[in-house]
Design a protein around this ligand. Structure first.
Ligand code: ADP
Ligand code: MG
Length: 685
């Protein structure tokens, strides 16, 4: 047998077990070796029978004195009872529902038992302990015992036994991390990592294995990021000179002053635009921090040099909103001239300036290379549209766009447009390189000063009527409110049930108001329609599930109600809250939760006190780990082993990755790495 042997070749493997393993994606011996435990039971403490204490994990080595099996509870349950002893005493052992057991064990056998002794009928007893025959290398007892994610038809013991059989092959696994890097970073080899992960000698050993796996992951991540960064730096883009009078003139014309951070971010972007290599920058800032305006400055500069700018939004309503904003701020302001072209293209809208125009006309404008700012949704990046003169792409809420859309950037002949991504998901500084290693980052951490903090309250259920009265008053004053509902249960994945139920309930209470409803089963067009009605204040309340992102700017909304608040992470709560407080009037966020767990109450109370998205993101990370927060689907973000404990590995991993790439960007000397990168890479060409 070798690493590539099929699992079918394992001795005594059963058909159902083969199916169960395949179900887990395990096809070969190597796959099996790389299926690591998710947790360990600590049965390292071995004891003598006379020293056993109730409630403590322990392993003992003993001889079976007697063993019998029978059926109890009207024959429905099998029961095996044994008495075992060592040279210090004896103890009763009971196993339920393991009918095969009495066949395997007989009086006189020497066995290890692992379990928790408890008092039963005045004496200590072990119930359902794990057992195995005494040996030099215990697998199921007397050690840190590995637990695996498994499917039915395959028992933990069976799985461990398979692993034991093939464990000697671990040392033949070829290491993807180059030797020199292992040496530099004092990391153990992959062979040792595999052996240790399955059967660690102790916690320190295990920590070495985990660290090694985390390093590998963040190393590959950094390799990908740096490779992309270096390759991009080789490409040519449009060098767009900073036109100071133009920008100054524009900024002076605004009804407000730019914040310091907005100015700094604009400056960083304008400098990138001057370079002949493409910009790849992320503008990160809380909802409502004023990112759009910064993006507009970049757009203005670019268009004014006679180029095209594409501004992509994830939804039609957001695209329209940006379009209106731009019309308000930019029209006629450009260098004293008429704006070249300002157009909107979505599935349902096709506008040039303020006029509706045929899509074909807009397409021609773009394909001819007419300078201008083209705002839209995915509709802008269809095959029939070929920007001829595209120098800057702005992507709003970049995480909502997939890999293919980013690949779209690289199809415009010899030059690559500059890319500016906007994101409202705050990533703590310590993790930025892990998540956005290939990007340059500008941050806006503070909202415009005139914005008031959103008054946030965790409302006790008995005060619910009061809260509703309060919202009624807000509505009477012309304001609007959001209500977010959590998913009730597994069967309600789209949130249809919960949101509908809440709407019915609110209709009775807010009988004078119009209420809109958003849930996961609505078609995109229906969602857009409802959001539009809310935006125009034809609906006063909008009930929405968490699965529907209400990424709209409704400055008139002043209340955000979140039901079942305990079910959301802090970062997510913050995203919801950011939907209000987008204008001058005081806004409110009310959390409801019937969860009485003190930890949960504390978490929600923390939220009522903290307004800063970055701070909340950090708290959230500490509490839940980032897999939960940032989603697994985003490319490069699906870490399995790397987590908050390993942030100190990011810099060294990055440095090692850079060293390799600088020597040879194709990595041809490292076939395994080369292949891995190919698997993961977004095809940019
Ligand atoms: P984001 O895209 O970051 O969520 P926006 O760019 O939509 O935020 O800005 C939110 C609101 O704040 C908009 O109405 C915008 O006009 C306004 N705004 C932007 N910058 C400032 C500023 N410096 N002072 C006051 N208001 C601002
Ligand atoms: Mg925005």
């Amino acid at each position: 047998m070798n690493l590539n042997s099929k699992i079918e070749e394992l001795p005594r493997i059963h058909k159902t077990q083969i199916a169960a393993l395949k179900n887990l994606g395990i096809l070969t011996v190597q796959d099996l070796l790389l299926h690591f435990p998710y947790r360990y039971l600590d049965f390292t403490k071995t004891g003598k029978i006379k020293d056993l204490k109730p409630g403590e994990n322990v392993s003992i080595s003993a001889t079976i004195k007697s063993i019998t099996s029978r059926f109890s509870f009207r024959g429905r349950m099998s029961l095996a009872e044994a008495v075992v002893s060592d040279n210090t005493g004896s103890i009763k052992v009971v196993w339920f529902n393991q009918p095969y057991l009495a066949k395997n064990l007989k009086a006189g056998d020497e066995i290890f038992l692992a379990g928790v002794p408890e008092y039963y009928n005045f004496g200590l007893q072990m119930t359902n302990p794990i057992f195995e025959k005494v040996s030099e290398f215990p697998v199921h007892t007397s050690r840190l015992v590995p637990l695996y994610h498994l499917k039915k038809n395959i028992y933990p013991k069976t799985f461990r036994n398979f692993i034991v059989q093939i464990l000697p092959l671990a040392k033949t696994v070829v290491d993807i991390v180059p030797d020199q890097i292992l040496k530099n970073q004092l990391l153990i080899s992959i062979g040792e990592t595999i052996t240790t992960s399955h059967f660690p000698k102790n916690d320190e050993d295990l920590a070495q294995a985990k660290k090694r796996l985390a390093f590998e992951e963040i190393f590959i991540n950094q390799l990908l990021a740096q490779k992309h960064k270096l390759e991009l730096a080789q490409k040519k883009s449009f060098s767009i000179k900073f036109d100071q009078p133009l920008i100054k003139n524009f900024v002076d014309s605004l009804p407000f002053k730019l914040t310091v951070e907005q100015k700094k971010a604009s400056w960083e972007i304008l400098q990138d635009l001057e370079k002949s290599a493409p910009m790849n920058r992320l503008l990160e800032g809380d909802v409502g921090s004023g990112k759009t305006l910064v993006a507009l400055i970049a757009a203005l500069q670019t268009v004014n040099h006679g180029f095209q700018v594409a501004f992509l939004s994830p939804t039609e309503i957001l695209a329209r909103q940006h379009f209106e904003t731009v019309k308000k701020f930019l029209a006629n302001k450009i260098d004293g001239r008429q704006f070249y072209s300002l157009a909107l293209l979505t599935n349902n809208y096709s506008q040039i300036g303020s006029k509706n125009e045929a899509k074909a006309k807009l397409r021609k404008l773009i394909n001819d290379g007419t300078p201008g700012l083209f705002i839209g949704t995915h509709a802008l990046i269809q095959k029939t549209i070929k920007f001829k003169n595209l120098a800057l792409v702005i992507i709003d809420e970049q995480h909502r766009f997939g890999v293919e859309q980013r690949a779209w950037l690289f199809q415009f002949g010899h030059k690559v447009p500059h890319l500016l991504s906007l994101s409202a998901t705050p990533i703590p500084r310590t993790l930025q390189l892990a998540f956005y290693g290939e990007l340059n980052i500008s941050q806006i951490k503070h909202k415009p000063a005139e914005r008031k903090p959103i008054i946030t309250k965790l409302v006790a259920d008995e005060n619910r009527p009061k809260a509703y009265e309060f919202i009624k008053k807000q509505i009477l004053n012309g304001r609007q409110a959001f209500v977010i509902t959590p998913l009730i249960d597994e069967s309600d994945k789209l949130g249809v049930k919960s949101a509908k139920k809440e709407t019915e309930n609110l209709l009775k209470i807010f009988s004078e108001s119009k209420i809109g409803l958003l849930h996961g089963r609505l078609k995109a067009a229906e969602k857009e329609k409802t959001m539009k009605e809310f935006l125009e204040n034809r609906l006063q309340l909008l009930v929405s599930t968490s699965v529907v992102e209400v990424g709209v700017d409704v400055p008139n909304a002043s209340v955000m109600v979140i039901e079942g608040a305990e079910r959301f992470g802090l970062a997510q709560l913050h995203q919801f809250r950011g939907r209000v407080g987008r204008a001058r009037h005081q806004s409110f966020c009310f959390l409801f939760s019937d969860n009485v767990n003190p930890e949960t109450r504390n978490r929600l109370t923390d939220f009522t006190k903290v307004q800063d998205g970055f701070e909340l993101a950090e708290l959230d990370l500490e509490q839940r780990g980032f897999g939960e927060i940032y989603g697994q689907e985003q490319s490069g973000w699906n870490f399995k082993y790397f987590d908050l404990h390993y942030t100190s590995l990011i810099q060294p991993a990055r440095a090692e990755a850079l060293k390799l790439l600088q020597a040879d960007i194709t990595l041809s000397a490292y076939p395994l790495l080369e292949e891995k990168i190919k698997e993961r890479i977004v095809h940019f060409e």
